[in-house]
Design a binder for this molecule. Sequence first.
Ligand code: SF4
Ligand code: SF4
Length: 87
Amino acid sequence: MAKADKKNKKIVQSEKCIGCGICYSVCPVNAKLIKNDDFDPDTADLALRVIDGKAVIDDEFCVRCGACSKICPVESLTVVEVESASA
Ligand code: SF4
Ligand code: SF4
């Protein structure tokens, strides 16, 4: 049921992001990829990237763990529950 849980959450990004990149470092999905010897940031399935000074989450790879949301110094990322049956 873990996948169903994931579907019921979403990370919402605000405009407050200052591009510090802390979230990029703490993201467990990213951390696992970065450990690989052949890690390539351009092609890796990162859950979160900092692009043009803003954090951008990839919903396909993000597991909604909330680590980025907890660490963000400006509270730019928020985990929200979403209704699965109706939006
Ligand atoms: S919620 Fe998603 S982007 Fe944020 S740390 Fe967890 S896996 Fe990474
Ligand atoms: S979302 Fe928060 S932790 Fe991530 S780069 Fe932006 S300001 Fe930094």
